[in-house]
Design a binder for this molecule. Structure first.
Ligand code: SAH
Length: 218
């Protein structure tokens, strides 16, 4: 890796480690080459703590936000996890390392992004990740219920379709709010129902389609 990039990477993870109290998550993130998930012209920016454009009007999320979401899931390593919004595949690659005995299903609505993510994840050896193209229902109900769900796009509400896909005891992290601004919500499915915790403000691209924001007309 180029010197400058390495320096930026060290700085980024120094900052993230100060704010995130999961060494396992920070270690997994350090092992994923974010520079491979961004378009080549922005490679030099791969370790800035910002989202970057990945084509089709979509973005790879900000590393600090990815760290916060992943840490909130409290994974043990053998869970079945759903990600909604594969994008570049970066979040899925991190989950892959944290789930050596688990399985990740990641769903994307834009086929070209799904294809690119699938081949990159295969190249990087993330054999426990399956990339699916979104169907008519939000999420991926075909594989039963999940121990954890990460929603990597902004939802207008705590989508009932996704809550239904959460196993008892499971956790979901989802940005909920308007198109411009959301709050990151951690949702824990307990015996009594759902318990919610607010993790902080964030800004994601919209979750589109049934159960989410209406799809653009063109
Ligand atoms: N986690 C990604 C960032 C994703 S950006 C990464 O690490 O790079 C959000 C993605 O959600 C976009 O690619 C967008 O196309 C996708 N998306 C939006 N609505 C969706 C839906 N209903 N189902 C699946 N994917 C969706």
């Amino acid at each position: 890796m180029e010197r400058e990039l390495e320096k930026a990477k060290r700085g980024l993870f120094r900052n993230i480690s100060r704010k995130i109290d999961s060494q396992a998550v920070v270690d997994a993130m350090k092992r994923v080459p974010r520079e491979e998930f961004v378009p080549p012209p922005t490679r030099h920016m791969a370790y800035l703590d910002i989202p970057l454009a990945i084509g089709e009007g979509q973005t790879i999320s900000q590393p600090y936000i990815v760290a916060m979401i992943t840490a909130a899931l409290g994974l043990r390593g053998n869970e079945k996890v759903l990600e909604v919004g594969t994008g570049s595949g970066y979040q899925a690659a991190i989950l892959s390392l944290l789930l050596p005995h688990g399985r990740i299903i990641t769903v994307e609505r834009i086929p070209s992004l799904a294809d690119r993510a699938r081949s990159l994840l295969r190249e990087l050896g993330c054999a426990n990740v399956e990339v699916k193209i979104a169907g008519t229902t939000l999420g991926w109900p075909e594989d039963g219920r999940y121990d954890a769900i990460v929603v990597s796009a902004a939802a207008p509400s705590l989508a009932g379709e996704l809550v239904d896909q959460l196993a008892p005891g499971g956790r979901m992290v989802v940005p909920v709010g308007s198109l411009e601004r959301q709050e990151l919500v951690e949702c824990h499915r307990t015996g009594e129902g759902l318990s919610l915790r607010m993790l902080g403000p964030c800004r994601f691209v919209p979750l589109l389609g049934p159960g989410a924001f209406p799809r653009p007309q063109n």
